[in-house]
Design a protein around this ligand. Structure first.
Ligand code: TXA
Ligand code: MG
Length: 522
């Protein structure tokens, strides 16, 4: 089939209306994104929408209308709150879900007993619906799973040869799809955020919920409420990773990346290849550009993309909702002091692994070194240790480490006392030294309750025989003494269960393992 490119003229819109009336498919501009329209009352035509997009048949379509009088035939009834929203906003980037009438077929509604409808603000869209003389079912005019189209050229790139025509109406005003709100249940729930924000809606109808799936990955119990949310969405070929960080930290992080792109704001000082999606404090500018820029990244051949996290307020909720789906929920949180926590049982060879990370440009923060520094002659911590473990642990101001160890490891209570003095001071000092990216090398990471300070935790583990021989050599002690030290600790499983990743350090393919982990987390 040849896809006609139609102009935004009276004549062409009349032609487009004719095509829809006769069961054809026409893509058209709206104020949000381009829609792929068909006669909503013609089951065969509606089926061809699903086919052209490759869309799963249980994901319902929005029915577009040209005037408010077109609503009553589509629904069972119009509750008060729906009426209030219609009066306050229509025509607008707002879709309302109500119980459907029998006029709406099961193909449009994806088998649900509800219907989503909206009256677009865009005049070309309304003129086309008017010309078609029927309600127009229209999802976004992209191939299912790809970013929604905000320009006619996006539609052509996905739909050429699959649809009858596209009306070129220039760039879409908002760039993100309409807000979807359901009023079919007890409380109003926003299923998809858009340019009509929660705050704007609440001013009209009061308390309104935001579906959990809007900002986080969806649990199975929410699947029925918003079928569209469970499918892969807005994904370019490139892997998108959202970086949760302030401007300076983001800049530093991305500027250290090789073979990667930044998807950032105009203000960001980025010196790797970049694509800009709006201004930092201007959510509308971000919404308008996001989908176009996601497509541009593919055109540029980007493989790995680090996106600056948008502010989640106002229309930013919609921007973040689309971006986090494009990123398949991959977010690096650089607000944590430590990029990676490295821990594991004694003798597993953490030292060697941390050296490998150092070679890769990570700053290493060695908690043992910090602990030693904090107990050097003259340190205020020594007073506290003396109070807890006896005056004689200091000789001429120097800590007698062996004596302290003897007293502190006498029993569990004494050990806990030592930890309660040392751990907070160590963590505080380590945080002062932290930088992005850094590895926090801490055998007692869990005991010191530092998990929440680490973005991800890696446990280094090794076979018992190897650990034993390492400890014997390192500390110049007997096999029995080494075994005693191992038994005094938690077992390996304790560390593994609490870590995000494990490196098996038996001397083989260490670099491979590190590479795989870093590819996954950074
Ligand atoms: O801005 C827009 O809404 C654009 C333009 C073309 O109007 N259209 C659009 O349609 O984004 P689509 O199909 O890409 O997204 C519609 C969303 C989907 O997530 C779908 O699951 C949800 O609305 N939806 C439609 N009918 C529903 C219903 N009865 N119950 C729950 N969710 C529904
Ligand atoms: Mg869509």
């Amino acid at each position: 089939m040849e896809t006609k490119i139609l102009k935004n003229s009276k004549q062409d819109i009349a032609l487009a209306g004719e095509i829809i009336k006769n069961g054809g498919l026409v893509a058209f501009p709206t104020e949000t994104v381009y829609g792929l329209g068909a006669n909503a009352l013609d089951d065969e035509a509606v089926k061809s929408i699903y086919l052209a997009k490759g869309r799963p048949s249980d994901n319902p379509l929005i029915v577009h209308i040209a005037k408010k009088e077109d609503i009553p035939p589509l629904v069972k009834e119009i509750p008060k709150k729906a009426e209030m929203l219609i009066d306050a906003f229509f025509p607008a980037p707002l879709t309302i879900i109500l119980k459907k009438s029998d006029l709406v077929g099961d193909t449009v509604s994806g088998g649900l007993d509800t219907v989503a409808f909206r009256m677009p603000k865009n005049e070309t869209a309304r003129a086309l619906i008017e010309a078609a003389g029927v309600p127009v079912a229209a999802p976004s005019a992209n191939t299912s799973g790809l970013p929604s189209p905000t320009k006619a050229s996006h539609v052509i790139s996905d739909m050429n040869g699959k649809i009858d025509a596209v009306v070129d109406g220039g760039d879409c005003e908002y760039g993100v799809e309409s807000t979807v709100i359901t009023l079919a249940g007890e409380t109003p729930v926003i299923l998809r955020p858009g340019a009509i924000t929660k705050e704007m809606i609440e001013k009209v109808i009061g308390k309104t919920e935001l579906a959990k799936a809007v900002l986080s990955e969806m649990g199975s119990e929410e699947k029925a409420a918003s079928p569209g949310m469970k499918y892969k969405h807005y994904s370019p070929r490139a892997k998108i990773i959202i970086v949760d960080a302030d401007k300076r930290t983001y800049e530093k992080f991305v500027n250290s990346k090789k073979n990667a792109f930044a998807l950032c704001f105009e203000e960001d000082n980025v010196n790797i290849p970049k694509v800009v999606f709006g201004k930092e404090n201007d959510d509308l500018s971000q919404a308008k550009l996001l989908f176009d820029k996601l497509r541009e990244l593919d055109t540029l051949g980007a493989k790995r993309v680090y996106a600056r996290i948008p502010n989640k307020n106002g229309v930013g909720t919609a921007v973040f909702n689309r971006l986090i789906r494009a990123a398949a929920f991959t977010v690096i949180d650089l607000n944590k002091p430590f990029t990676i926590g490295l821990t594991g049982p004694t003798g597993a060879g953490k030292g060697l692994i941390s050296k490998e990370f150092e070679k890769l440009g990570f700053k290493i923060i060695d908690s043992d070194k910090v602990a030693r520094k904090l107990t050097e002659k003259g340190s205020p911590l020594l007073d506290e240790l003396q109070k807890a473990f006896g005056k004689d642990i200091l000789e001429n101001g120097e800590l007698n480490r062996a004596l302290l160890a003897k007293r502190a490891f006498e029993n569990k209570e004494k050990t806990a006392l030592l930890n309660s003095i040392m751990h907070p001071a160590i963590i505080e000092e380590c945080k002062k030294q932290s930088d992005i990216p850094c590895v926090f090398d801490a055998p007692q990471l869990f005991e010191a309750k530092a998990e929440s300070d680490c973005y991800k935790i890696i446990c280094v583990s090794a076979p018992l025989e190897i650990r034993l021989s390492r400890i014997i050599k390192r500390d110049n002690i007997s096999k029995e003494q080494a075994m005693q030290r191992i038994n005094a600790q938690f077992d390996e499983k304790y560390y593994i269960d609490r870590s995000d990743y494990v490196i098996y350090n038996n001397g083989q393919n260490i670099n491979e393992q590190i590479k795989t982990i870093l590819e996954d987390i950074l």
